[in-house]
Design a protein around this ligand. Structure first.
Ligand code: 5HY
Length: 242
């Protein structure tokens, strides 16, 4: 049994359940997927401030998963918050949904476009495209201007689907990347509407995590992902002392 922990860095439990359903829908029968939200953090992540304050909760869930012998982790937020720090703590692979989605997109096309929530988060998506080496393949990052927690409201699905169809046409991109974990269950509908491959990072990261575990691959501990040197953390963070 491979044990994958999908961490939704925000505290919206309905969204965590939906993310868990999407991950389990693609996981192999020999994989146990648990989807969790941290006990602390923002109810949604739509700014740098939200993202920064989501990271301690993500790291607390990684530390908990390590005590429970989890094999691999998925950070289910399109900003991939705390990804590098999580890789310093976890023995097994840790995948961010933005990273996984961009990798998958460039395996099925030369170019892709990202459709995300608020315009203010598009800069972060571009940062990640550059960081992961996909800036040249990314034809555009577009916002539907629907707040994360409003994605579960009926009009959102049609609005996102419509925007994805327009973007695929306008950018001429080979694939569409859904830029929020809250869009994970829109994938099939958007695929039908656009006629191009549509990548949901939750599903992509879940399968990639399974594959890395099956390959016996774990995060390298030689360089920057070596375990942090022991030190004291104070105040609200005193429990993060390692
Ligand atoms: C996400 N926020 O995937 C990001 C999407 C965004 O709470 N889950 C969030 O807008 O950056």
């Amino acid at each position: 049994m491979t044990r994958i922990r999908v961490i939704n860095p925000n505290t919206a439990l309905a969204m965590t359940e939906s993310i868990g359903r999407c991950a389990r829908a693609v996981a192999s029968p020999s994989t146990e997927v648990t989807a969790v939200s941290p006990a602390m953090g923002p109810e949604s992540i739509e700014s740098h401030y939200d993202e920064a304050l989501a990271v301690p909760g993500v790291l607390a869930e990684i530390a908990k998963g390590e005590r429970e012998s989890v094999d691999a982790y998925v950070i289910a937020c399109f900003g991939d918050p705390g990804l590098d720090a999580a890789r310093e703590l976890a023995a097994g692979p840790v995948l961010g949904i933005a990273e996984a989605a961009m990798h998958a997109a460039t395996m099925v096309g030369r170019t892709f476009s990202v459709v995300t929530t608020l315009a203010r988060t598009t800069g972060r998506a571009w940062d990640l495209a550059h960081r992961y080496g996909f800036a040249a393949a990314c034809r555009g990052v577009h916002a539907c201007e629907i707040p994360v927690l409003d994605l579960e409201k009926p009009p959102a699905r049609a609005a996102v689907t419509e925007l994805c169809a327009q973007v695929a046409e306008r950018d001429g991109s080979d694939a569409i990347v859904l830029g929020c974990a809250g869009m994970a269950d829109f994938c099939a509908e958007v695929s039908r509407a656009t006629g191009v491959p549509v990548i949901d990072g939750v599903a992509a990261a879940t399968r990639f995590a399974e594959s890395l575990v099956a390959l016996g691959l774990r995060t390298s501990t030689r360089g920057e992902y070596a375990r942090p040197r022991p030190k004291r953390y104070s105040g609200l963070l005193r429990d993060f002392t390692i």
